[in-house]
Design a protein around this ligand. Structure first.
Ligand SMILES: NC(=O)c1ccc[n+]([C@@H]2O[C@H](COP(=O)([O-])OP(=O)(O)OC[C@H]3O[C@@H](n4cnc5c(N)ncnc54)[C@H](OP(=O)(O)O)[C@@H]3O)[C@@H](O)[C@H]2O)c1
Length: 221
């Protein structure tokens, strides 16, 4: 059994992706900041016959993130799939003229240092398997900067550049790096944005691969 590590695993997209991959025989490592919430999600998955365990980490703290990924790999099985999908903090989303340099520290730790830390932790294991998938989940500001969401716009640009470079570097090694852009709110009424539909898209990104960047729906619907 191999493992999907979901970094930023909550009751929305995280749970839906855990179910989708769990159904296919993956063990699921759920990573976020609250052991109680993680235990609740893991219990739900276990009751459905899926092997799942929660690991506490703050993605802005590289040591905690690395420790969680190491423990998951040892306890559940080699990490074959990494999903990067923590929900950005509201404080990252300020108008451009109200954003000073210090306001960008959090977004950059969250969306650049975090993914780089996680990728370096899991790539050696993927190499040993001879396959792997790294999936970055972002909102529309990764593609079109939003004047009122400066921190995420700036940091997602860095995450996107890193992901594209990683995609190109790892493709010859049978490791696929993908970015899924979700233009509007999850569960906001669009069928394409229901967590189960998005989880299906993410399963397809893993199984069928394709280009680095894909969209859950048109940006301008
Ligand atoms: N929700 C939307 O409307 C929407 C729209 C477009 C794109 N997206 C993307 O979809 C993904 C999230 O999906 P979702 O909203 O359905 O979320 P979810 O899977 O329900 O939960 C995401 C989890 O991220 C965790 N998280 C936040 N900050 C963290 C940190 N510093 N360290 C570790 N974990 C952290 C939170 O748990 P704790 O607070 O317990 O740590 C939260 O439960 C993100 O990639 C987001 O950019 C979401």
């Amino acid at each position: 059994m191999t493992t999907i590590a979901i970094v930023g695993a909550g009751a929305g997209l995280g749970l839906a992706v855990a179910r989708r991959f769990g159904r296919e025989g993956f063990a699921v490592a759920l990573i976020s900041r609250s052991q109680d919430r993680l235990d609740g999600i893991a219990a739900t998955l276990s009751s459905e016959g899926i092997t799942a365990k929660g690991y506490v980490a703050n993605v802005r703290d590289p040591a905690s993130l690395t420790a969680a990924l190491v423990a998951a790999d040892e306890q559940l099985g080699r990490i074959e799939v990494l999903q990067w999908s923590p929900l950005p903090a509201k404080e990252f989303m300020r108008p451009v003229l109200e954003t000073v340099a210090d306001d960008l520290v959090g977004p950059v730790e969250f969306s650049v240092y975090g993914p780089v830390t996680a990728a370096h932790q899991v790539i050696p294991g993927m190499r040993s398997l001879g396959r792997g998938t790294i999936i970055l989940i972002n909102g529309a500001s990764a593609v079109r900067p939003g004047a009122k969401v400066t921190g995420t716009s700036v940091a997602f640009a860095g995450e996107s550049a890193y992901g594209q470079l990683l995609h190109d570097a790892l493709a010859p090694e049978n490791i696929h790096v993908a970015q899924l852009i979700i233009p509007r709110g999850i569960g906001g009424g669009e069928p394409s944005h229901e967590p189960t539909a998005l989880a299906e898209r993410i399963w397809t990104l893993h199984t069928e691969r394709g280009a680095f960047r894909t969209f859950a729906a048109d940006l301008d619907n």
